[in-house]
Design a protein around this ligand. Structure first.
Ligand code: PGA
Length: 249
């Protein structure tokens, strides 16, 4: 059975309290024309509580990162338990910007994902190759290796979502060809089935990197692409809602 697609917005370090107007607008757009997908917004930590209170039934709210521990002496960090306490249902872990800016390794990402699962939340585990890796013909090998080490043993289709995000496609306006995307998502699917058996078919594998209303339909139609992780185009309700058209009749 094909899993219910997920379209997730990653607001990154964007958004102030006034940005709740975008959430409210999106809520109305979705109520008027419900898409055949789950919708999620991951705002900065400062907005998770307010957004969770305001988002209603149709839009889920998630965090963009968490610490691997539940609590303790880790100044400035936020735990999965805290996100859950604020109403988050999902947590993105291992985004390439975290890996690059904060030196997060696969082992650290896996520990964070385990912390997410331990709280009963859903982890969105990200992986993706830099352009030099793709040019060297090692994109699939690299991504499969990242996922093998970043996805925890206890992962199931219910508690874990995979996000393929080629680093060179993030915020650049460039996307993989549908052929390259199909190859990568097919390879990820095969690796999940090899590791988790038949359950591997149930995991959602999102594509992320310069998804917008103009290209979403083509990208989301690729085999084994079960939704999107959207950065820039998720900040404005109208743009993000346009992406959801890929899942409207
Ligand atoms: P983008 O970012 O849609 O702005 O390219 C995607 C992401 O990093 O999740």
């Amino acid at each position: 059975m094909k899993p219910m697609p997920l379209v997730a917005g990653n607001w990154k370090m964007n958004g102030l309290r006034a940005s709740q107007a975008e959430l409210d607008a999106l809520k109305h757009m979705i109520a008027e024309a419900p898409p055949q997908c789950e919708v999620l917004i991951c705002p900065p930590f400062t907005l998770v509580g307010a957004f969770s209170a305001a988002s209603g039934e149709t839009i889920g709210i998630g965090g963009q990162d968490c610490h691997a521990k539940v609590s303790g002496a880790h100044t400035g960090d936020i735990s999965a338990a805290m996100l859950k306490d604020c109403g988050a249902k999902y947590v993105i872990v291992g985004h390439s910007e975290r890996r690059a800016d904060h030196g997060e390794t696969d082992d650290m990402v896996r520990a964070k994902a385990e912390a997410v699962l331990a709280e009963g939340l859903v982890a969105i585990v990200c992986a993706g190759e830099r352009e030099d890796v793709r040019d060297a013909g090692k994109a699939c090998e690299h991504v499969l290796s990242q996922l093998a080490s970043s996805v925890p043993e206890g992962a199931t289709p219910e508690n874990t979502v995979i996000a393929y995000e080629p680093v060179w496609a993030i915020g650049t306006g460039r996307t993989p060809t549908t052929g390259n995307l199909e190859e990568m998502h097919g390879a990820i699917r095969a690796a999940l089935v090899e590791r988790f058996g038949a359950a591997g078919n149930g995991f959602r594998i999102l594509y992320g990197g310069s998804v917008n209303a103009g290209n979403a339909r083509d990208l989301m139609a690729v085999a084994n692409v079960d939704g999107g992780l959207v950065g820039g185009a998720s900040l404005k309700a109208a743009d993000f809602n346009g992406i959801m058209d890929a899942y409207r009749g």
